[in-house]
Design a protein around this ligand. Structure first.
Ligand code: PMP
Length: 436
């Protein structure tokens, strides 16, 4: 079980101080939390151990890349075996790549063929370039709150301040103005907002890209009409529909959220949990579209020295094989997710705190706002400070959650009912202090 913290972290602090002198900000991603716990030395199952020997129950799960639990033996054993095989060739293909693509085609409803990248961003970049190529159009539609990677084509309007929402809100300086302006912003669960963009930009929209559940702002659950409507509208308008299942894929169902909602996109992107913490991304879809990547007959460049690398493919294959052989993974994580959501709702109600607990499967999000959250518009009312206090209190008690308000947390295959109940006990202590 998790161990409560003291304020001192001498070893972690020393590592963090050294990091800050040679790594900007001391971390390798602008979205990585800077603060205690500073550095980690071990990971197993549902737990992380920091440099000062404290154990944390992990719901952060590396932003969701950890699916089965840390250092899952089935995945690590597969990598150990792969280490003795072919490392990298740069010509031809390896068996692991073929087996991974076969598996994806078998389990993902929309997949007829697949390419393996190194990250989710690479997968969405390829999807968007492919969409522009096959439609010969320039514009992309994404939703306010959706995140699809760090590259120029999608790097805008994720968690926007109220005055920037739906407006021009690049995620960074250094992005081409033309790239920002080629990406249009719609409101999730609002089909009219998408239809309006198609009206304004006749025959110019190449694709609509969405997280079927926008987990980058917690968990906005899509209505079936909305997703079916997007399918019809894109078809009528000659644009592609891209599901970014980098978070939802394999986590919510073996066939992704497309299997849950029963809508088939043209292209699907994967990453994160697909290889249980090892760097692999994927793009799958209709064969006629994917054939544009064919180096002999196609017209869209697919490059990447490490694409389809044997270690990553072995990790992905082991993860997906495990999930295919253990359907109870889904009943279990869904039940534990429901347990923590229901428990949190009860505690929040008991203390009279205005909040909404959302989620799906093993994912849960705590919004400090009243009323349901259907679209990003509802999230503008969130009390971000309350979440920050909640996060701090949980971290102090040994429970790791995502530090940003409006994000989500993850139950992995390694969490137990007992640990969920310990989490709820800790949440009760923390939320009690937020009650007034
Ligand atoms: N799509 C979604 C839905 C994501 O959540 C992320 C990562 N947060 C990405 C794409 C980008 O993946 P990566 O960080 O592996 O490049």
């Amino acid at each position: 079980s998790p161990r409560a913290l003291s304020a001192e972290s001498p070893r972690g602090r020393a590592i963090a101080d050294a990091a800050a002198t040679v790594i900007p900000g001391g971390v390798n991603s602008s979205t990585r939390y800077i603060g205690a716990p500073y550095a980690f030395v071990a990971a197993d199952g549902a737990y992380l151990t920091d440099a000062d020997g404290r154990r944390y129950l992990d719901y952060h799960a590396a932003f969701g890349a950890i699916l089965l639990g840390h250092n899952a033996p089935v995945v690590n054993d597969a990598i150990r075996t792969a280490l003795d095989g072919v490392d990298l060739t740069g010509i031809g293909v390896t068996e692991a790549e073929v087996r991974l693509a076969q598996r994806i085609v078998e389990v993902i409803p929309s997949a007829e063929s697949m390419i393996a990248t190194m990250s989710g961003s690479e997968a969405t970049a390829q999807a968007i370039r492919l969409a522009r190529a096959v439609t010969d159009r320039d514009l992309i539609v994404k939703f306010q709150g959706g995140f699809h990677g760090w590259h120029d084509a999608v790097a805008r309007n994720v968690i926007s301040a109220p005055d920037k929402a739906y407006g021009r809100d690049p995620l960074s300086r250094g992005i081409l103005d033309q790239a920002v302006d080629a990406t249009l912003i719609a409101e999730f669960n609002d089909l009219d907002s998408v239809a309006a963009l198609f009206d304004t930009h006749r025959d110019r929209i190449a694709a609509v890209i969405l997280e079927p559940i926008p987990h980058n702002v917690g968990a906005l659950l899509p209505t079936t009409e909305f997703v079916e409507g997007l399918r019809k509208l894109t078809e009528q308008q000659g644009a592609l529909l891209i599901f970014d299942e980098v978070i939802t894929g394999f986590r919510h169902a073996l066939g992704g959220y497309q299997q849950v909602i029963g809508v088939t996109p043209d292209l699907t992107t994967f990453g994160k949990g697909m290889a249980n913490g090892f760097p692999v991304g994927g793009l799958a879809g209709r064969r006629d579209l994917m054939e544009h990547f064919n180096g002999r007959t196609g017209d869209v460049l697919l490059a990447g020295t490490f694409n389809g690398n044997p270690l990553g493919c072995a990790a992905a294959l082991a993860t997906i094989d495990y999930l295919a052989d253990h359907p109870e993974f889904y009943t279990r994580t869904h039940a534990l997710g429901a347990r923590i959501r229901t428990g949190l709702r009860g505690i929040l109600a008991e203390f009279g705190i205005e909040a909404t607990v959302a989620g799906f499967g093993g994912v849960f999000a705590v919004y400090f706002l009243s009323g349901p959250a259907l679209g990003y518009r509802d999230l503008l009312r969130n009390d971000n400070g309350a979440y920050v206090d909640f996060h701090r209190g949980m971290t102090e008690r040994g429970f790791l959650m995502l530090p940003m308000a409006l994000k989500r947390n993850h139950v992995s295959g390694a969490h137990t009912e007992e640990e969920i109940d310990q989490t709820l006990e800790a949440a009760r202590e923390v939320l009690k202090t937020l009650a007034r």
